[in-house]
Design a binder for this molecule. Structure first.
Ligand code: GAR
Length: 208
């Protein structure tokens, strides 16, 4: 590969299957990013074990140990910056990141959400969609802004809701789509292919 890979940090609270998809993509020859550190707010999160299993450094910062969300965000940002992180991927990170954090990365923060935003923001989106009776569900990668799941949309994939599905079957179908779109969106982001025009993100395949 002709250019240095861009250092990326991933934050995850849970099982880390999206983290795994990013790690697997980053292990391929032509992927433009490398995952340099994985952080969590939950000690012992399976996501941390996945990272350690692949030799990626990890850290845990607990919300409890900090007086305010700003202090907590600053501590997480400090850890990421100490590892030279340029872009951050939230991958099942169950915390809202505040302005302190977003300022530290100047908009270079991506999130994956398990619905076709702007439908069903917030927690348990797959179940919200299932219970609403939608016929098409899906997932979204977006740039993170100050709102909850409101930032400009980088990538989406739709999946059908099938007769006979339960909420778990739908969750798994969405999750498989998440694993496809997140590495692709990260590759565009680090290769500087995102052109943000208001709410719209255009993918410039030429790059800068
Ligand atoms: C994923 O479905 C992700 O989209 C969701 O949490 C799950 C984490 O799974 N994130 C959110 O709901 C954020 N609002 P994973 O730990 O196996 O990647």
């Amino acid at each position: 590969m002709s250019q240095a890979r861009v250092p990326v940090g991933v934050l995850a609270s849970g099982s880390g299957t999206n983290l795994q998809a990013l790690l697997d993509a980053a292990a391929t020859d032509d992927f433009p990013a490398r995952i340099v550190v994985v952080g969590s707010d939950r000690p012992g999160a399976l996501a941390l074990q996945r990272a350690e299993g692949m030799g990626v450094p990890t850290f845990t910062v607990r919300r409890k140990g900090h007086a305010s969300r700003e202090d907590f965000d600053a501590a997480v940002a400090h850890q990421l910056l100490a590892h030279g992180v340029r872009w951050v991927c939230l991958a099942g990170y169950m915390r809202i990141v505040g302005p302190t954090f977003l300022d530290a990365f100047e908009g270079r923060v991506l999130n994956i959400h398990p619905s076709l935003l702007p439908a069903f923001p917030g927690l348990d989106a797959q179940r919200q969609a299932f219970e609403h009776g939608v016929k098409v569900a899906g997932c979204t990668v977006h740039l993170v802004d100050a709102g909850t799941d409101t930032g400009p949309i980088v990538a989406q994939e739709a999946v059908p809701v099938l007769d006979g599905d339960d909420a778990e079957a739908l969750r798994l179908r969405i999750l498989a789509a998440e694993h496809r779109i997140y590495p692709r969106a990260l590759a565009w982001a680090v290769a500087d292919k995102l052109r943000i025009e208001g709410r719209k993100v255009r993918i410039d395949e030429e790059g800068r």
